[in-house]
Design a protein around this ligand. Structure first.
Ligand SMILES: Nc1ncnc2c1ncn2[C@@H]1O[C@H](COP(=O)(O)OP(=O)(O)O)[C@@H](O)[C@H]1O
Ligand SMILES: [Mg+2]
Ligand SMILES: [Zn+2]
Length: 644
């Protein structure tokens, strides 16, 4: 319905503007007003907008508050305003007014029905005139938890929907943002300050359906769950191969939890039994928040259901188990890696969502600083040697490796991976799922790879001497080997490998580069503001002209330096940050670095040399992202705490 407007139509001179090109012209009804007869009083703008969808059941418009009263003195009537905008002409207005008189509908609705303007035209105009933000709800996913703050019948009666809550401020999308009665109602009901924004009636109707549909779905589920009764003992449920009718709500709940998580871009789902409650949390952009708390007595049933879905043994409740679920959510096939762990109040289940379509495999898009990317690419271009990606769990290592493999995956190379688990399927890559319980360890897989004529080998992780040794040997016999290690930074990784029992000379001859990484939260683009750093902060972070030169930011100096933060808005759900990006340090094995390692140099010695050889440290890379407004100073501190 929202036709793109030709820009010149917005700035068109008053009156006389032709009908918008491309809009179908309705047949013209007779025009009683044509003879210069006095026109009937036109409704004021807010009413007109409010009535676009013919929401007649609205209470009469309350007296505008002092603030809007000031505005209304200057306010144009809807018809005039549309003419001024060049969206309609005098003739169309007269037609509409005539029709309006006959039908008793509001002018806005009539014009929309005549196809001379769209709802969006009117609402946008309204938004401009009233200086109330317009929100396009058509792509907006409304949180059922927020929607629930206002009862459905109230929301429907006033044609509004709550879309966001930050502190005690509730943002409400309204068809008629000047409906003070409705606003007062809601403020009383919720004890929250209402901030009105305007949206089209069609969008609001649809949002009402979606949001309260989801609320109803969830409420019904919870009710059904209560009905199951707690007499369904653990034993009964563990016998369930087939599911009885009592399980329908459990199945729906499990499906809802997963589909909601997938649609919201959640990375992990936690299902946690405690003494008095069952808690379900989602991790999104690295942060956990509570999604729902189903009745505690549903715990056993939910656990059993998820175990069945993951092909796990439902009778086994004392030992940890790992499984996998493959399901279709909104036409996408989603893989879930499931881990079940006995805890004192039951079994905790964590599901990692592996959304094939969300995999970023383009090295350019991960967030490497330009220079660092060059260094990394030079490493993977090497025909043999070992390349190590390090960092804590969740720092994006697997993503980096898959991206590197994708760029190496060509018809003239045999690419083989040993993984536990295989997280994403890469077409053209020979991926092996390791099974340590039957002896298929990383080391065992690697050993047979060597008889499979590989060019590139990826090993999920190096944890022990055996894997380290064979990976290094493979890299010294003409293969490019990629792997990960759980260490904090690149320089410290050398010590970790030698501690596993690998000789320093093996490290210096095989290692091409060691990369360390973290993920930082990005400042929300929609509520970003600038902060002038204090002089002592500049000192504290060691920002010198020399550093700025190394960061390739020669235009920044102490006077114009700025940092950024998010205030919190609808886009970012009030958190001030949205999405994440990687920060990387890439340490290349240079001749001088080799000498230092062979001479038993400390991690500090190694780091000093690496920086001298052109490495940007994790902290420096993060700082660069803060200086260019991608992340905040807080994130720099968070991810490189105590580090370098
Ligand atoms: N450069 C990046 N930018 C944004 N998100 C990323 C990046 N790298 C990884 N992620 C996301 O972070 C999460 C953890 O990544 P993963 O590669 O599995 O980490 P690890 O292997 O270190 O545990 C995944 O959801 C992934 O999509
Ligand atoms: Mg990983
Ligand atoms: Zn924001």
């Amino acid at each position: 319905m929202s036709q793109p407007l030709p820009p010149n139509n917005f700035g068109a001179p008053n009156g006389g503007a032709p009908a918008r090109p491309g809009m179908p012209q309705p047949p013209r009804p007779p025009m009683p007003n044509a003879g210069g007869m006095p026109q009937p009083p036109r409704p004021p703008v807010p009413n007109a907008g409010g009535g676009v969808a013919g929401s007649q059941a609205k209470p009469p418009l309350a007296k505008p508050a002092a603030k809007s009263g000031r505005r209304s003195s200057k306010k144009l009537r809807l018809g005039d305003a549309l003419i001024q905008k060049g969206l309609i002409n005098e003739e169309q207005l007269s037609q509409a007014l005539a029709l309006q008189k006959k039908s008793g509908k509001r002018l806005g609705s009539v014009l929309v029905e005549m196809h001379v303007v769209t709802e969006t035209d009117i609402v946008q105009l309204l938004s401009e005139q009233l200086r109330i933000p317009f929100i396009d709800l058509s792509n907006y996913l409304i949180d059922p938890v927020i929607a629930k703050l206002i009862p459905e019948h109230v929301a429907k009666r006033h044609m509004l929907i709550p879309i966001n809550k930050v502190g005690n401020k509730l943002t409400v999308a309204m068809v008629d943002p000047l409906n003070i009665l409705a606003i007062d109602d809601i403020q009383l009901m919720t004890s929250l300050m209402v901030k009105a924004v305007v949206a089209t009636p069609t969008d609001i109707k649809k949002a009402l359906q979606d949001a309260y549909g989801a609320v109803a779905q969830q409420d019904k589920l919870m009710d059904d769950l209560e009905d199951i009764g707690s007499d369904a003992s653990d034993d009964d449920l563990s016998q369930l191969g087939d599911l009885g009718e009592n399980d329908a709500p459990i199945i729906r709940l499990c499906n809802l939890v997963i589909s909601q998580a997938v649609q919201n871009g959640v990375s992990d789902i936690h299902i946690e039994p405690f003494e008095k409650e069952l808690r379900i949390r989602y991790r999104q952009d690295g942060v956990l928040t509570t999604a729902m708390t189903p009745p505690k007595k549903a715990t056993a049933a939910i656990t059993s259901r998820l175990k069945i879905m993951s092909s796990l043994n439902i009778a086994e409740k004392r030992l940890p188990q790992d499984g996998r679920i493959k399901i279709k959510v909104v036409n996408k096939t989603i893989d879930l890696r499931v881990s079940v762990l006995p805890v004192i109040w039951g079994e905790k289940i964590v599901m990692r969502i592996l959304d094939q379509s969300s995999l970023r495999v383009n090295l350019e898009e991960l967030g490497f600083e330009p220079k660092t990317l060059e260094r990394f690419k030079a490493g993977i271009a090497s025909p043999y040697g070992i390349l190590l990606v390090t960092g804590p769990t969740g720092s994006g290592k697997t993503t980096t490796l898959y991206s590197a493999l994708t760029s190496l995956n060509s018809i003239d190379r045999n690419v083989m991976t040993a993984e536990d688990p295989v997280e994403y399927m890469l077409t053209g890559v020979n991926q092996v799922q390791c099974k340590p319980d039957i002896g298929l360890t990383f080391a065992a897989a690697l050993r047979s790879f060597l008889r499979q004529d590989p060019d590139v080998i990826m090993v999920g992780e190096i944890r022990d001497f055996e894997t380290a040794e064979i990976a290094i040997k493979a890299s010294m016999t003409g293969h490019l080997v990629l792997s990960t290690l759980h260490t904090n930074d690149a320089p410290g990784t050398v010590g970790r490998i030698t501690n596993m029992g690998i000789e320093p000379f093996m490290v210096t001859t095989s290692v091409l580069l060691i990369q360390a990484q973290r993920l930082v939260r990005k400042v929300c683009k929609d509520c970003k503001y600038e902060i002038k750093p204090r002089a002592e902060q500049i000192g504290q972070f060691g920002i010198t002209p020399e550093l700025l030169r190394r960061l390739d930011l020669p235009h920044i100096n102490e006077r114009n330096m700025l940092f950024y933060k998010g205030k919190g808005c609808e886009t970012c759900g009030g958190s001030g940050s949205k999405g994440r990006v990687g920060v990387y340090e890439v340490m290349i094995m240079t001749e001088r670095l080799r000498d230092i390692i062979l001479n038993g140099g400390s991690t500090d010695d190694i780091r000093r040399q690496a920086i001298e050889d052109g490495m940007l440290s994790l902290r420096e890379s993060a700082l660069r992202k803060a200086l260019i407004g991608m992340t905040s100073l807080e994130e720099v501190v968070r991810v490189t705490m105590g580090g370098h």
